[in-house]
Design a protein around this ligand. Structure first.
Ligand SMILES: O=C(O)CCC(=O)C(=O)O
Length: 266
């Protein structure tokens, strides 16, 4: 694997996000595109259309595809993603947490709401990162993911925001603060996004505030695969208000994450 540059580690540390170019070769992209089409044709038990009831088009989400599809499994466990995550997190090890597919089809107005990932997740610690792999050319018009640089260090955990209308009830237990209306005054924030090519990836910290516009193009798909990893200091933390995953690990609260559901990769 191409080594991780010290400058990229510094950027990840300071901004909470870095865009790495051409880390997944055409072999991976072809394999993953085929896996995405299989999943769209025959969605897994966790699949959902986040845009249903709010806009035309489709914002298809699925997760834990690695449990039943060999190519998603290979991406999680054998691709460069785990070593990239470990390197940027400055972690000796990387345990695979889960995979999430995020396909925004052309003509989908539905945005990805601004949110942080960690408040949804039953894990605590600092070394937690996602590797979001672009499977299409991406720019702002088809839904480039946007980040508020440095927001992983704000020291605030915002209440999980549901991605889909009607899912608010899932997080009513949470006594965390409501995330501010970022779009009401975007000039107050250092918002970053990248034009991407297939094989580029975004690597971002679990506490960074991020979201994405809809896909307003007539024909440019936006297929993204997020692979999430935890590092040395992460511990299982199934606190109230976190997301109910479709699988439950055999872990006691406070345990190191490594287990059958969250396998050690690096
Ligand atoms: O792909 C998107 O629109 C959002 C991605 C995201 O929120 C994530 O991977 O945590």
């Amino acid at each position: 694997m191409t080594p991780i540059a010290a400058a990229d580690i510094d950027t990840y540390d300071r901004d909470g996000v870095v865009c790495l170019r051409a880390r997944f070769d055409s072999g991976w992209i072809d394999r993953l595109r085929a896996a995405v089409e299989r999943d769209l044709a025959s969605p897994g038990p966790s699949a959902t259309n986040f845009a249903e009831g709010s806009s035309a088009g489709k914002f298809f989400g699925d997760m834990f595809m690695w449990k039943h599809d060999p190519d998603f499994r290979a991406a999680a466990l054998e691709s460069p993603a785990a070593a990239i995550a470990a390197g940027l997190m400055r972690s000796q090890h990387a345990d695979f947490f889960y995979d999430q597919l995020l396909v925004k089809e052309p003509g989908t107005a539905h945005p990805t709401p601004w949110h942080q990932d960690q408040p949804y997740w039953p894990v605590k610690g600092w070394q937690i990162a996602s590797v979001w792999i672009a499977l299409d050319p991406i720019d702002r018009s088809n839904g480039a993911v946007e980040f508020i640089a440095g927001s992983h260090r704000w020291g605030i955990n915002y209440r999980p925001t549901p991605f889909r209308k009607g899912h608010e009830v899932k997080f009513t237990d949470s006594d965390l603060a409501q995330i501010p209306d970022i779009d009401a005054d975007r000039s107050r924030y250092d918002i970053r996004w990248w034009k991407m090519e297939p094989g580029d990836c975004l690597v971002f910290h679990a506490m960074i505030v991020h979201g994405a516009p809809g896909n307003s193009t007539p024909g440019a798909r936006r297929r993204g695969l997020a692979l999430r990893y935890t590092g040395d200091d992460a511990r299982y933390d199934p606190r109230p208000g976190t997301f109910q995953f479709p699988h439950t690990p055999d872990l006691a609260p406070g345990a190191v994450m490594t287990c059958g559901l969250f396998p050690r990769v690096v």
